[in-house]
Design a protein around this ligand. Structure first.
Ligand SMILES: *Cc1c(COP(=O)(O)O)cnc(C)c1O
Length: 410
């Protein structure tokens, strides 16, 4: 008899977006003629950059020839992409990494979920709250998170609430934790961290022997010059931090699939006898066993975003989304909403009006304005009383949604 991994049974059945889809579908069944606009799901909508499309065609043509055909590639990614990453994402910021410290992957979700395999099951973890659900759920699956309590919190997870009071930057904890997940610019709140604040985290990690898993999936949306794009802009971070990047939001690769993880050789974890083990060779070993590389075509597509044309084109699309964000912020604020984020990230985190829970507001807006948002509580207990709006729609749909919200609130 095979015994099930019963940690899976502790996970709530429904995934947030499935719950939302169910409620939206119920509305649509009752109002078949009404079209609903979603400012909810975090997927992009604009087509791939022409430079990327050209690279995909070219790579596909190469695959059609005996000389150009590629089978299994290096598990860590092709050199052409790893070198482009070093040269474009890190060197200009004064960060010197080795090619072997870059691991190309099929997107940041896989690696943010898998990275916890590198530490023992009985390590303690900490998260900012609200957060991207992958960090906690992947720890639940192997039994590291404990039990989910009535208050929606897992017993072995340290929660660092982020709210308007602390400007969505959590206080540095007064006790130590083995592993902490940070995500900036943040999904879902759209808020960012300054270098000074991030430096406090790196110092905390160095003093407490804490490992930082830093998700930089939205770094391309940063507009302010002094906001860090990478945790390695902070001195000492290469001793304590692993960083995740994704081309999904940067260049619309949610369907193409490509990203990368940085595991500096200096990052270590301890054995029970206190020996320090470098995590870089461990991650390499893990990837070589469980991952067979990202497709050649996807990697050539990713390489193309680092060409001069590619850079210009993806910047234009990011600007397009950020124009939505600007309009959304202006409109929602003018309607009396307290809003955060939206300036260096494609997300706006809005406080629901007095006494309205996340889900209640979600339903009221669905039925009243036919606009979908994401209930903040779906991202963690501290998200209660907030909703997330995304700027990933077309200009037309976004404008229409804002008009509807305005009419509804009249
Ligand atoms: C979208 C997103 C990712 C990237 O996911 P991919 O697997 O690369 O598509 C990673 N982290 C956060 C917080 C995200 O919102």
């Amino acid at each position: 008899m095979a015994l099930v991994n019963d940690h899976f049974l502790k996970l709530p059945n429904n995934y947030l977006f499935a719950d939302i889809a169910k409620k939206v579908n119920a509305f649509k069944a009752m109002h078949p003629k009404t079209d609903v606009i979603s400012l909810g799901i975090g997927d992009v909508t604009q087509p791939l950059a022409p430079a990327v499309i050209e690279a995909i065609h070219k790579a596909a043509d190469e695959m059609a020839t005996t000389q150009g055909f590629r089978g299994y590639g290096p598990e860590q990614g092709y050199d052409f992409l790893r070198e482009a990453i070093l040269k474009n994402d890190f060197l200009p910021r004064g960060i010197h990494l080795d090619k072997d410290e870059i691991f190309v992957n099929d997107g940041a979700k896989s690696d943010t979920g898998n990275i916890q395999e590198l530490v023992r099951w009985d390590n303690s973890i900490g998260v900012t709250d609200p957060i991207y659900p992958v960090y906690i759920d992947s720890n639940v699956m192997i039994g590291r998170a404990g039990w989910k309590g009535e208050d929606g919190r897992w017993s072995n997870v340290m929660y660092l609430p982020c709210n308007a009071e602390n400007g969505f930057v959590p206080k540095i904890p007064d006790r130590r934790v083995d592993v902490i997940y940070l995500c900036y610019p943040n999904n879902p709140t759209g808020t960012v961290i300054t270098k000074a604040e991030l430096r406090k985290w790196v110092n905390y990690a160095l003093h407490n022997d804490t490992l930082i898993f830093y998700d930089a999936a939205y770094q391309a949306y940063i507009q302010d010059n002094d906001i860090p794009h990478s945790i390695y802009e902070i001195r000492g971070a290469r001793k304590c931090a692993i960083e995740f990047h994704s081309y999904s939001k940067t260049a619309g690769f949610t369907g193409v699939r490509c990203g990368y993880t940085v595991v500096p050789k200096e990052v270590t974890a301890a054995t029970l006898t206190g020996e320090r083990i470098s995590l870089n060779p461990l991650w390499n070993r893990r990837q070589c066993t469980k991952f067979n590389g990202t497709s050649y075509i996807s990697q050539r597509a990713a390489e193309a975003i680092y060409t001069p044309e590619g850079k210009k084109q993806i910047k234009a699309t990011i600007n397009y989304y950020m124009q939505n964000a600007k309009k959304m912020l202006e409109t929602l604020r003018s309607l009396g909403f307290e809003c955060y984020g939206g300036e260096n990230a494609p997300y706006i985190w809005a406080k629901t009006p007095e006494v309205s829970s996340s889900w209640k507001f979600f339903e009221e807006m669905l039925y009243g304005a036919h606009v979908v948002c994401t209930p903040g509580v779906g991202f963690g207990p501290a998200g209660e009383g907030y909703v997330r709006f995304t700027a990933f729609g077309s200009h037309e749909k976004t404008d229409e949604a804002l008009d509807r919200i305005r009419q509804w609130l009249k």
